[in-house]
Write a protein of this length. Structure first.
Length: 260
């Protein structure tokens, strides 16, 4: 990745760490996407490439519809562009996690049942091993009340899949883990987008932490994506060499691309 031109800058947007008061109204997913524009103006970014995972992918997809002329490309990992399934067990357990974390202080920590619920939602039931440990460590250091506000906003999100498919004007790399439940919806999404506008890649045998479990495969796909945007010369990256496809999604004929 050090071969990406030095004039390409990376900015990471993170929520503030202070605890919000009970009177604070947390923004919706759409309102959060509008805040990205303020950050882009602050850093004087004429154009940008968005990289989002899960909730962040939803936010950046909304921003791409809000400011299409500014977004040059999107890398979305396990994006949930459909609204929540109100009758699913996943939604119910996530709402339970919100209730268990609401009002808890930083010193109280994330409620164990809430942590287990989030783990099952993100990595699948019975998740264990290094990925589960890293997930637990990452969530445990978050402010539980703030996390409950963000999760509540995400669970209240609107469906944008159809709108995004019709409105997207940038190239998109959609990366999904092997156990991602929204693969079928994403296949349908890509089928309604402009031809060759989106690449849908599945990394098999991975949980929700696909970036941690298979960084090499994701990095290869990312290099191809950036090459397609003209940011990496075709001869410059050692990751880009002829080889059989390592990431694929078995689907009926659709306007999909594959990467080696």
């Amino acid at each position: 990745m050090n071969r990406i031109p030095p004039l390409t800058h990376t900015h990471t947007l993170s929520p503030p760490s202070h605890t919000h008061t009970g009177s604070y109204t947390f923004p919706t997913m759409t309102q959060i996407s509008e805040q990205v524009e303020y950050m882009a103006d602050h850093f004087q970014l004429a154009s940008l490439i968005g990289f989002g995972v899960g909730c962040g992918a939803d936010v950046l997809a909304r921003y791409a519809m809000l400011c299409p002329s500014r977004v040059r490309g999107l890398i979305l990992v396990n994006p949930s562009l459909q609204g929540p399934d109100w009758i699913s067990s996943t939604w119910l357990f996530s709402k339970l996690a919100v209730w268990l974390m609401k009002g808890r202080q930083m010193e109280d920590g994330v409620h164990p049942l809430a942590l287990s619920s989030l783990l099952n939602h993100s990595l699948g039931p019975g998740a264990s091993g290094e990925a589960a440990r890293i997930f637990r460590d990452s969530v445990s250091c978050q402010d539980p009340h703030n996390l409950s506000l963000l999760l509540h906003s995400f669970l209240s999100r609107s469906t944008i899949a159809t709108e995004f498919a019709l409105a997207a004007r940038c190239d998109c790399l959609l990366v999904v883990s092997g156990n991602f439940q929204g693969k079928t919806e994403l296949v349908n999404l890509v089928s309604h987008m402009e031809v060759n506008r989106a690449t849908l890649l599945e990394v098999p045998s991975t949980s929700g932490l696909v970036l941690l479990e298979e960084p090499g495969k994701v990095a290869t796909a990312l290099c191809y994506f950036l090459q397609g945007l003209g940011l990496i010369p075709t001869h410059s990256s050692p990751l880009l060499h002829p080889s059989p496809p390592v990431l694929s999604l078995q689907t009926p004929p659709l306007p999909l691309q594959s990467a080696a």
